[in-house]
Write a protein that binds this ligand. Structure first.
Ligand SMILES: [Zn+2]
Length: 178
């Protein structure tokens, strides 16, 4: 597996000056180092993992979003991805989601929101000249991720401002009335 720090440093647990600088400047975090250590262990029992490149991990509450290079998750079949997610979650004590750092920002958002289906996605210019991506989802019930986590991860990984809307909303109050 390819990592943003030397594999030698990962094995010894001591960072060389070049990798230490990456940690000091925030290019990598202590969380990244912990995740990379676990991944390099798991790689021994999950050979296709060695064909992938680790990008970074983003933590939001008790969730950890682990990013791989664009196209790399296809190197693991769905069972292998599930096994990796489970073992990584157990080892790190957080709920792990595997993601790809898709070059296409819309593809990234789509994967982040899956299994919810996107009905419309538009780029809006705000009065302060910044951009916002407005996403309308078909069915709120399919959204398995906290909307605040979506906004946080999209901002941290892609520098995007994302706002979600729903075509169909289902509230408990409404279902009681009908
Ligand atoms: Zn190093």
């Amino acid at each position: 597996m390819e990592f943003p720090i030397c594999s030698f440093d990962l094995r010894t647990g001591v960072l060389c000056p070049k990798c230490e600088r990456k940690l000091q400047t925030g290019e990598i975090t202590e969380t990244d180092i912990a995740v990379m250590r676990i991944l390099s262990e798991l790689e021994k029992n999950l050979p296709p993992l060695s064909l992938t490149t680790y990008v970074k991990s983003i933590r939001y509450d008790s969730n950890l979003f682990v990013l791989f290079k664009d196209g790399d998750l296809n190197k693991l079949n769905p069972n292998q991805q599930a096994a990796l997610r489970k073992r990584l979650s157990e080892a790190i004590g957080l709920k792990v989601r595997l993601l790809e750092n898709s070059r296409d920002p819309y593809a990234f958002i789509q994967r982040l929101l899956a299994p919810a289906r996107i009905e419309a996605i538009n780029k809006i210019w705000l009065p302060d000249q910044s951009e916002e991506i407005r996403v309308v989802l078909d069915d709120e019930r399919l959204l398995k991720i906290n909307p605040e986590a979506v906004a946080y991860v999209a901002g941290a990984v892609k520098g995007l401002k994302v706002r979600l809307g729903f075509r169909r909303r289902f509230s408990r109050a409404r279902s009681k009335i009908h």
